[in-house]
Write a protein of this length. Structure first.
Length: 296
């Protein structure tokens, strides 16, 4: 892994010690640390750290970015007006993002991300579903070495609308879009009623699941995998992972926090990097077989 990180315009690869935790200080001034409390000062320096790491990632000085949780309130400023890491990284890197929460045997992507529940229905369009399916399909092939991914899509309304009794979106938007995607040869199925999909263990039959909105996907994911899961930002030209939990101020300084999710985020980032690198080497110089010319 490349750990060459610039600081004040100087690259410190020569100072990095392999096999050790290398830490760069991005500022010289002192400030008060209020352990376990959300403060504007902490938000300010959290942004400076994120910005520096993202710039290094975009420049190719580092291979993988693993972010710690941020307080989405205190980090807000003139420079950061985003609901989360995912949207910020999409603005700085190439590609269109898809949030995926994952473990070894469960991957859940979100068709809509950090938006209010009241806005979800109007945000769900055929084009959006197709775009998110395309991103998920591509990342399963490129980053997870699954040659023919099988994807499930959850319904928007309870019981997928019960044929219009509880909403028309599933019949009028979701189902026809899935049919169109299937006609392209992709193994995409649904919509499935979200209330029984995970309890019945139907998710085990698929390589990945697309949920319509944030809590529809993350609530069952964290119930099944909390403390072991990883947040992966798919669809971008660079790799970013993160633990599946928040800031947990109530645990600060008590030596009781679980490190497993962060550890998994580090190892998952490395694994995805290696898989993507291998995929690139296998596909960048494909030998194309042309048709033989007929003899006359």
């Amino acid at each position: 892994m490349n750990i060459n990180v610039p600081f004040n315009g100087i690259k410190h690869a020569e100072k990095a010690i392999h096999g050790k935790l290398n830490i760069l200080n991005l500022w010289n001034e002192e400030f008060e640390i209020n352990l376990g409390k959300a403060t504007e000062t902490a938000g300010k320096y959290a942004f400076e750290s994120l910005e520096a790491a993202t710039n290094s990632l975009a420049a190719g000085d580092i291979d993988v970015l693993v972010t710690a949780p941020i307080n989405k309130d205190t980090i807000q400023s003139e420079n950061f007006k985003f609901p989360g890491h995912t949207e910020f990284l999409e603005s700085k890197l190439e590609g269109e993002s898809l949030m995926i929460l994952m473990t070894d045997n469960l991957r859940i992507g979100l068709i809509t991300g950090h938006i209010p529940v009241s806005k979800v229905s109007e945000a769900i369009t055929s084009d959006l579903i197709k775009k998110k399916v395309a991103i998920l399909y591509a990342t399963l092939v490129r980053d997870f070495a699954i040659s023919k991914p099988k994807i499930a899509i959850l319904g928007l309304n309870p019981h997928c609308g019960d044929h219009g009794v509880i909403g028309n979106e599933d019949d009028e938007i979701v189902r026809p879009t899935i049919n169109e995607i299937q006609n392209e040869g992709k193994l995409v199925y649904g919509p499935y009623a979200a209330d029984s999909f995970f309890g019945s263990e139907s998710y085990k039959s698929f390589d990945a699941i697309l949920a319509m909105y944030h809590d529809q996907g993350l609530a069952p994911f964290k119930t099944l995998s909390f403390g072991e899961g990883v947040n992966f930002t798919a669809g971008l030209d660079k790799i970013r992972t993160s633990p599946d939990h928040g800031t947990a101020y109530e645990l600060a300084g008590k030596d009781i926090a679980n490190i497993n999710s962060f550890k998994e985020a580090v190892f998952s980032g490395i694994k995805i990097f290696k898989t993507r690198k291998e995929y690139k080497s296998l596909t960048e110089n494909i030998l194309k077989v042309g048709r033989k010319k007929e003899r006359r």
